[in-house]
Design a protein around this ligand. Structure first.
Ligand code: GRF
Length: 193
């Protein structure tokens, strides 16, 4: 299934997806990486790996709808079938989502439904949580609220800071995101047949 990855920064999850998609039997191919920020570090990796990259700067558009229309148009022009949000820091609207009918994934650094939104690790540590983790979910109009496909847990250790916990969780993100994308891509391929 032709897959676009949307990033805003570092792009380590994007890299994990690109590496997984190199396997001949992986059901998704990464056809483009889109960033809303020109300075996203991940763009260099994508370009160096021969993937089409595109910056669609939200600040260049008068409204969220206009930004999303440009994004949608680019994705359609690339014949994209699935979208993986990977550290993409824009909220997307119900209108955009409805055009992609169950085909958008997101990775979130918490065990949803706990800790939706930002600063998840900081909040987990402040609460004295013993377990943290990450979730891959289908994107619906409710922020971080769509059906969860896969989760991974890690221990919160004594002395953890948001950064040390984030690093432990990130390893698991890189493991489960490719698995979840493979699931969605297989479903799309079956739908086609
Ligand atoms: C990850 O922790 C992801 O779960 C969250 O933002 C971070 C992005 O990191 N949504 P990266 O850009 O994939 O390295």
């Amino acid at each position: 299934a032709r897959t676009a990855i949307l990033i805003s920064g570092r792009g380590s999850n994007m890299m994990a997806l690109v590496e997984a998609a190199r396997a001949a039997d992986f059901p998704a191919e990464v056809v483009c990486v889109v960033s809303n920020r020109a300075d996203a570090k991940g763009l260099e990796f994508a370009a160096a790996n021969g993937i089409a990259t595109r910056v669609i700067d939200h600040k260049a558009y008068p409204s969220r709808e206009a930004f999303e229309a440009a994004l949608d148009q680019y994705l359609r022009s690339m014949h994209v079938e699935a979208i993986a949000l990977a550290g993409f820091m824009r909220v997307i609207t119900a209108q955009f989502i409805s055009g992609w009918d169950g085909r958008i994934l997101n990775i979130h650094p918490s065990l949803l439904p706990a800790y939706k939104g930002l600063h998840t690790h900081e909040r987990a540590i402040a609460d004295g949580a013993k377990v943290a983790g990450c979730s891959v979910h289908l994107v619906t109009p409710e922020l971080d609220g769509g059906p969860v496909l896969l989760q991974a847990e890690v221990s919160v250790l004594p002395g953890d800071t948001p950064d040390t916990l984030a690093a432990r969780v990130l390893e698991q993100e890189h493991r489960i995101y490719p698995q979840a994308l493979a699931w969605l891509a297989n479903r799309i391929i079956e739908d086609r047949e």
